[in-house]
Write a protein that binds this ligand. Structure first.
Ligand SMILES: Nc1ncnc2c1ncn2[C@@H]1O[C@H](COP(=O)(O)OP(=O)(O)O)[C@@H](O)[C@H]1O
Ligand SMILES: O=P(O)(O)O[C@H]1O[C@H](CO)[C@@H](O[C@H]2O[C@H](CO)[C@@H](O)[C@H](O)[C@H]2O)[C@H](O)[C@H]1O
Length: 464
C-alpha cells in the first residue's frame, strides 16, 4: 500500500491531497525527475504558497514536494528520504489546446474539484507573476525574490518556456532574460547562483551575471529556487555547432581552441574569487578512492560496464600511486559538469559558459569542494568525443584535433596545459566516462553506446 500522501495542513485545505494521485503519474514522467527507475511511494509537502487564488480563473500554487521512493530490489527495497521538487501548479476550468503538453490531470476532489491541474510554467500569466515578483523584490510567504542592485528588469516582457531537453525548466522573457527554475532543490548555497555571482564580482564576462534570484527560507535554511540571467540572444550552443560542422565534414579546431581559452579565463577568475587549496597525499588518495567507488557503483548498476572495470580501475590506481609518491595538485572551484551543451557562442563569436550547478545528482557539499581544474577540461574532452560518435557523418581525427586545440587554447589563456599531467587527465576522463554510462543508462539508454565506446578505449592503458 502506498503510505504517505501530501499533507493537507496548508492553505487551501484539501487541494494538495487531491493532487497526490495525479502527481504520482505525472512527476516520474518529467525529464527533470531525478529518481528514474525507482517507484514513487508517496509525497510529503515541504511548503505550499498560493500565488493566485485557487478559486480564480487561474489558480497558481508554488509547491515544494518531497517524492518518496523505494530503492530498486537490488538496493534492498528500503524507503529513501526522497528528493525535493519545485512545482508551479496552475488550475483552470479547462486547458486551452496550447497548454495540452502541460497537463497534470483532472482534479476530482477538494476545493479545486472539477478543475484541471497543469504545469504552470507553460503558461504566460504564471511566468509573468514570477518575473514581476523578481522585479519588485517580492516576499510571498516563505518565498523571497531578489534582484541585483544595478539591474533594471523591465515590466511586461513576454515569457515563453524553453523546449530544450533540460535538467530544470527555463523561461525566456522577451529575449532579454532567462529564468532557470530549479526542479530538484536542496537547502544551502547553490553553485548555480554562487559561482556566476562570484564571477560577476570578478568582472569575468564569460558567464551571464545573475540579474535576480528566487529562494525559499524554510526552517532556518535557504533553498535556491531559480536564477534570472541575461538571455544571450542569437547564441548557439557548442553541441549544436559541433554537430553542424561534423555534418558538413568540417574541422572544429578553431572553435575548440577558443573554448579552451574561455574555460581557462573562467578558471582563472574562479581561482581569484574563491578559495584554492593544495591536495596533498591523503586528499589525492581520497580523490582516487572516490573515483574507484563511483566505478564500482556504476558497474553494479550497469552490467555492460562490468567487464571493463578492471581496466578502468588502473587509471585510478595510477593516480593513487602518484599521490603516494608525494605528488600534490592544486584545487579550486570549477564548473563541475562542463560539456559542449554548456557553452554558448554569441553571434559576435564570443563563448560564454552556463549552468554551474555541477553534477545534479551529487550532494551540494561535494559539488562545492575545490577540485583540480582539469576536471572541467576532461568534461570538454569527453564532449568532443561524444560529438564525434553521435554524428551521422564520421570524420576521422575530428575529436582528436578538437581535443588538442582545446588544450592548446586552455594553455594559451593561462591555464596549465592538461596534457602535461596525463595521469590526472586520464583519471578524470575515465571518471567522467563512467558517470556518463550511468547517466545514459538512467536517462537516455539509446545513447549508452557513446560512453561505452570511450570506456572500451580508456580501459586499455596506452603503452608507456
Ligand atoms: N543566458 C542564456 N542565454 C541564452 N540561452 C541560455 C542561457 N542560459 C541557458 N540557455 C539555454 O538554456 C538551456 C538550458 O540551460 P541550463 O542552464 O543548461 O539548464 P539545465 O541545468 O536545466 O540543463 C541551455 O542549453 C541553453 O540553450
Ligand atoms: O546539461 P546537464 O546539466 O543536464 O548535464 C547532463 O546531461 C547532459 C546531456 O544532456 C550530459 O552530457 C552528455 O551528453 C552530451 C550530449 O548530449 C555531451 O556533450 C556530454 O559530453 C555528455 O557528458 C551530462 O553528462 C549530464 O550531467
Amino acid at each position: 500500500m502506498p503510505e504517505a500522501v501530501i499533507r493537507t495542513d496548508t492553505s487551501p485545505p484539501g487541494l494538495l491531497a487531491s493532487l497526490d494521485p495525479l502527481l504520482r503519474e505525472w512527476l516520474p514522467r518529467q525529464r527533470w525527475f531525478a529518481g528514474k527507475g525507482r517507484p514513487v511511494t508517496g509525497f510529503s509537502l515541504v511548503a505550499a504558497t498560493e500565488l493566485l487564488p485557487a478559486d480564480s480563473r487561474l489558480g497558481l500554487h508554488h509547491v515544494l514536494v518531497r517524492a518518496h521512493q523505494r530503492h530498486t530490489p537490488a538496493g534492498g527495497g528500503a524507503q529513501e528520504p526522497g528528493d525535493c521538487y519545485q512545482l508551479l501548479i496552475g488550475t483552470r476550468e479547462a486547458l486551452p489546446p496550447r497548454l495540452a503538453p502541460a497537463l497534470i490531470g483532472h482534479v476530482t476532489e477538494g476545493p479545486a474539484a472539477g478543475r484541471t491541474a497543469y504545469d504552470a510554467l507553460y503558461d504566460t500569466r504564471p511566468a509573468e507573476v514570477l518575473l514581476e515578483a523578481l522585479r519588485t523584490r517580492a516576499r510571498i510567504g516563505g518565498l523571497r525574490f531578489e534582484r541585483a542592485p544595478d539591474d533594471v528588469i523591465r515590466a511586461g516582457l513576454v515569457p515563453r518556456l524553453m523546449t530544450a531537453e533540460q535538467s530544470n525548466s527555463s523561461v525566456v522573457y522577451g529575449d532579454t532574460f532567462i529564468l532557470k527554475v530549479l526542479r530538484r532543490i536542496v537547502p544551502g548555497v547553490n553553485p548555480d547562483l554562487e559561482l556566476p555571482l562570484a564571477l560577476a564580482r570578478e568582472g569575468c564576462p564569460r558567464v551571464p551575471a545573475p540579474a535576480g534570484w528566487m529562494v525559499a527560507d524554510l526552517a532556518g535554511r535557504t533553498w535556491v529556487l531559480g536564477v534570472l540571467q541575461p538571455y544571450l540572444q542569437g547564441a548557439t550552443d557548442g553541441w549544436e555547432l559541433a554537430l553542424r560542422e561534423l555534418a558538413k565534414g568540417e574541422d572544429f579546431a578553431a572553435e575548440a581552441r577558443a573554448l579552451g581559452r574561455a574555460t581557462a579565463e573562467v578558471h582563472t577568475a574562479l581561482a581569484r574569487a574563491l578559495p584554492t587549496v593544495t591536495l596533498g597525499h591523503a586528499q589525492a588518495r581520497q580523490l582516487a578512492d572516490g573515483m574507484t567507488e563511483r566505478l564500482e557503483a556504476a558497474a553494479r548498476a550497469v552490467p555492460l560496464l562490468r567487464s571493463y572495470a578492471p581496466g578502468l580501475r588502473t587509471a585510478f590506481t595510477a593516480l593513487a600511486d602518484l599521490a603516494s609518491e608525494g605528488r600534490a595538485w592544486s584545487a579550486q572551484r570549477v564548473h563541475g559538469d562542463l560539456h559542449l551543451g554548456q557553452c554558448l557562442r554569441s553571434p559576435d563569436g564570443e563563448w560564454s559558459l552556463i549552468d554551474f550547478e555541477g553534477e545534479p545528482a551529487k550532494p551540494l557539499a561535494e559539488r562545492r569542494l575545490p577540485q583540480p581544474a582539469v576536471r572541467d577540461v576532461a568534461g570538454m574532452l569527453r564532449s568532443f568525443d561524444y560529438a564525434a560518435h553521435s554524428a551521422d557523418v564520421r570524420v576521422p581525427g575530428w575529436a582528436e584535433s578538437c581535443r588538442a586545440a582545446y588544450c592548446t587554447g586552455y594553455a594559451e589563456a593561462g591555464g596549465h596545459d592538461p596534457r602535461t599531467d596525463p595521469v590526472l587527465l586520464r583519471a578524470y576522463e575515465t571518471d567522467k566516462a563512467v558517470y556518463e554510462v550511468l547517466y545514459e543508462a538512467r536517462h537516455r539508454p539509446e545513447w549508452l553506446e557513446v560512453p561505452l565506446a570511450a570506456v572500451r578505449r580508456l580501459s586499455v592503458p596506452e603503452p608507456a
